[in-house]
Design a protein around this ligand. Structure first.
Ligand code: GLN
Length: 210
């Protein structure tokens, strides 16, 4: 059984994320209610409209339970609106967020629809020629301590990580086999294998004690 990744499915391009993860051999579960959260090996917060997502998180009573899942230590991939939900500070306008990523983001910081497009990315962890598709993307204007910049677009950080959380201003799920998706899938597999090894170890210990 492949590890199951939860994809927040209240709004936005969650279906594309599911497809991209299935292509990497992972299973997915749409997260719409609290009941969808237990047992997940990873979490994805997709792109879309962060303001709408915030409203729906409240309507579904998901704000706090999802926050607990995001803090649980499982690998997290957040893209675009998902990154906005995790940022420490959100500007234009100021907006509530989980504050788990020490970054400041300006919503639609590259302009609106007109300025969307696919651009070259620079980053040691990415193969040469990697690009990212930006759609009314947030712009990271400050990166705090404890946050690593994994890739830039020109002078701007666009892929950042803090602990098990990786967040992108762009949409890896819109490109087949994008390195960001591939690397996330690898992290999920490693983390899931560690958990099953620990569970097996505990079972073995219990059997020896019996
Ligand atoms: N502009 C959107 C927001 O502010 C994010 C856009 C996206 O996720 N592609 O929430």
């Amino acid at each position: 059984m492949p590890p199951v990744v939860g994809v927040l499915a209240l709004q936005g391009d969650y279906a594309e994320h599911q497809l991209a993860l299935h292509e990497q051999g992972l299973a997915t579960r749409q997260v719409r209610t609290v009941r969808d959260l237990p047992g997940l090996a990873g979490l994805v917060l997709p792109g879309g409209e962060s303001t709408t997502m915030l409203k729906l998180l409240d309507v579904e009573g998901l704000w706090a339970p999802l926050g607990a899942a995001l803090r649980s230590g499982v690998p997290v991939l957040a893209t675009c609106a998902g990154m906005i939900l995790l940022a420490e500070r959100v500007l234009d306008p100021v907006q509530r967020s989980y504050g788990l990523l020490p970054i400041t983001v300006v919503r639609n910081g590259y302009g609106r629809q007109f300025h969307s497009g696919t651009f070259a990315l620079q980053g040691e962890a990415l193969p040469a020629g990697t690009t990212g598709t930006f759609i009314r993307a947030p712009r990271i204007t400050a990166v705090g301590a404890g946050c690593a910049v994994l890739a830039t677009r020109g002078p701007d950080p666009v892929l950042v990580a803090a602990g098990p959380i990786v967040a992108a201003c762009f949409h890896p799920e819109l490109q087949e086999g994008h390195p960001v998706t591939v690397q996330f899938a690898a992290r999920v597999r490693t983390a899931a294998a560690r958990v099953s090894a620990a569970v097996l170890g505990a079972a073995q210990f219990a059997a020896e004690q019996a």
